[in-house]
Design a protein around this ligand. Structure first.
Ligand code: PLP
Length: 365
């Protein structure tokens, strides 16, 4: 029999490692050492405060994160951050925020920013179909900008920055929703990072924010308290009722990442290997498959491609489903095929998909 959980290539939520699923199942029955179901433990308990502290410790260790940054577990998804960021950094600043418009999600992030102040789109990839990212010499940053915002991995199109854009000295804000903790990052080059959970971190309901504390020295007036990062820092991420189960799963994912994988260097090496495996097949059969992104900008997390003839696509997806794979249909905005290779997906699962693609290319049509 096929373990469909292990072959889930969905763009989100991502597949969770078997260890995390087993620990979560156990916790729903009874959390070890507590004797209560995770669904019945109070978010005001000492145990839960300890869990939040443990998450913070694990994240600091994984990212080498200094104390000059705060760690927050919020709600509202990455979409709420599209508003919270400009409320804090743009509102009333008299400056301009710079945005890179590189795909579906960065395009969305710009709309609420415009409500808070002046926005300059430094680069817009739409005319080229969002198939590539800007080259360094195509970007002219202003030293006066309020901040630069970009999306490190465009989940829909499968485009990923493999270097850090921006100008040191100007605040750098990054939506890392779909590649957070997938590889090491040079954390001190960022001023604010946000990532929702439902890719590499755990289930939906919790959104992680890492913020340079110095950003909170000047907060514009008139921000409702629940949208003010300071309130969440002060409340240690328990400002109101948090999603306890989702947060518990995040804590298990971080443990798995530290103990079973061995940290971000190794996670990155594994993710690269997974991505190269699939891109290798795509490049080997150019009469059958066509990758969406320019090779230089290919994502290690979301491998997006089309079949050379549109009529082959339904056949490909059908047969993949029959073979036990799921989640391969491309995002509704783009169509095509998308194989998402988030942290929890094993190399064996990717090799199995690669073999399926080779068989399909050789004998399928
Ligand atoms: N940013 C990126 C890169 C995403 O992939 C997504 C959703 O998949 C979002 C933002 C929106 O996240 P949410 O649905 O949690 O608001």
């Amino acid at each position: 029999t096929v373990d469909r959980n292990a072959l889930n290539f969905s763009g989100g939520p991502g597949v969770l490692p078997a260890r995390v699923l087993a620990e979560t199942q156990q916790a729903i029955a009874s959390v070890p050492g507590v004797g209560l179901s995770i669904l019945g433990i109070s978010h005001r308990s000492d145990w839960f405060a300890g869990l939040i502290e443990q998450i913070e410790r694990d994240l600091r260790a994984l990212l080498d994160l200094p104390d000059s940054y705060g760690v927050l577990l919020l709600q509202g998804g990455a979409t709420l951050q599209f508003s919270m960021v400009p409320m804090l950094l743009l509102r009333g600043s008299g400056r301009t925020a710079e945005y890179l418009r590189t795909g579906y999600w960065s395009a969305k992030s710009i709309v609420p920013a415009r409500l808070e102040g002046e926005v300059r789109v430094l680069w817009d990839g739409e005319a080229q179909g969002f198939r590539r990212l800007p080259m360094v010499d195509e970007l002219e940053y202003s030293p006066e900008a309020a901040y630069l915002h970009y999306v490190s991995n465009e989940t829909v199109e499968g485009l990923q920055f493999h270097c850090v854009p921006g100008r040191d000295g100007v605040r750098r804000v990054c939506d890392m929703s779909s590649d957070f903790l997938s590889r090491p990052i040079d954390i001190e080059r960022f001023d604010l990072i946000y990532a929702h959970a439902q890719k590499n971190l755990g289930p939906a309901g919790v959104t992680l924010v890492i913020i340079r504390r110095a950003l909170l020295e000047q907060v514009p007036p008139g921000i409702p308290e629940i949208l003010d990062y300071r309130a969440h820092l002060q409340a240690r991420s328990v400002y109101n009722t948090p999603p306890v189960l989702a947060i518990y799963v995040v804590s298990r994912v971080l443990r798995w990442l530290r103990e079973d994988i061995g940290g971000l260097e190794r996670m990155g090496a594994l993710n690269r290997c997974k991505a190269e495996c699939l891109y290798g097949v795509i490049d080997c059969y150019p009469d059958i498959y066509e990758g969406w992104a320019r090779p230089l900008d290919r994502s290690w997390m979301n491998v997006v491609f089309r079949l050379k003839r549109p009529e082959w696509e339904a056949e490909f997806l059908d047969r993949a489903e029959q073979a036990g794979f799921s989640g391969l249909k491309g995002h509704r905005a783009l169509g095509g095929v998308r194989a998402s290779l988030y942290n929890g997906l094993s190399l064996q699962a990717v090799e199995r998909l690669a073999k399926f693609m080779i068989d399909f290319a050789r004998h399928g049509i």
